[in-house]
Design a protein around this ligand. Sequence first.
Ligand SMILES: *Cc1c(COP(=O)(O)O)cnc(C)c1O
Length: 371
Amino acid sequence: MPETMNKTFNDCGVIERYREFLPVTDATPVISLGEGSTPLIHSPKLSAITGGEVYVKYEGLNPTGSFKDRGMTMAISKAAEEGAHTVLCASTGNTSAAAAAYAARAGMKCAVLLPAGRIAGGKMVQAYIYGATVVAIRGNFDDALRLVRELGETGDFAIVNSINPYRIEGQKTAAFEIIEELGNAPDIHILPVGNAGNITAYWKGYKEFKELGRSHKLPKMLGVQAAGSAPLYHGAPMDNPETVATAIRIGRPASWDGAINAVSESGGCFEIVEDSEILAAQKWLASNEGIFVEPASAAPVAALFKCFNRSGKTTQCDSCPFRKVQPGAKVVLTVTGHGLKDPDTAKHAVTAPIETEATAAAVREALAKIG
Ligand SMILES: *Cc1c(COP(=O)(O)O)cnc(C)c1O
């Protein structure tokens, strides 16, 4: 690839955009696919429900379809700097997609450990098409991560799970973008929590920009878990987490302390939502705002609905940050992954099409029936 072309391409990723706030030097080869700089979409309908101004940070528009790319550009760039040949990760699907893509670009081998039979179809395809070696283990994500930690000790692999601190560094750039776009931090930030790397990263990003005077406040952090997979909400690890939202089906979050810290320092809380609420919110967001997300990413929307009834009054617990939401307060929801990652789970929204003869008259007749 011509030198100039490579430079232009890399200039648009999060490392180049936020180089001065990241642990990189001139000696770090930047492995980028142009991640980050995702849209922050104002939602008039969610704003009306809450009485605040609600924005959706659409992380599904990253190169491999989830926010994991922000952390992976850092993890893979540092692995390349350190001369790694093979990267390894445990994944519920999106980390493996990102690791495989960035490793491919870096010319490294990538091995991924996935819970057998529990990976969304789109994510599985991504691992293979980017050329990763896929190992399906008979266990869940927590088992996979335990094995990765063990295998990492041999020094044969560079581990690119969020226990790798460079992942957190890359992911904090999402908070920087939000501050730059709004001119300040929001009042409340809501996001799904699985392994808890992302809530840790956002909180780090918000605090760093506040210290630098780039924002004048910190948001309250609201971490959302699925009811069947809610170790942080209950304050204890879980052995058999279950939820339709496979990206947050995690019983022993690696960044436990980071998540607790973000919620307690910010005066936020953890919330839980049922799978049925997640699927309803997924459908609502797609059909009302045109934003199609995977189930885990719909959890913050479900939490918002749980915290407000449709007339805009808070309905929830004493610690709910929404109790004190002032009119016009700014609320940001991170929707973490694209809906096309997991089309099977979205089949609840699919009905049989109306089949007609191939004539305009027949189509008009069919459409008349739907009014
Ligand atoms: C990884 C992931 C999450 C959970 O993020 P953590 O950092 O593990 O808490 C949520 N949604 C999607 C789509 C993900 O890929």
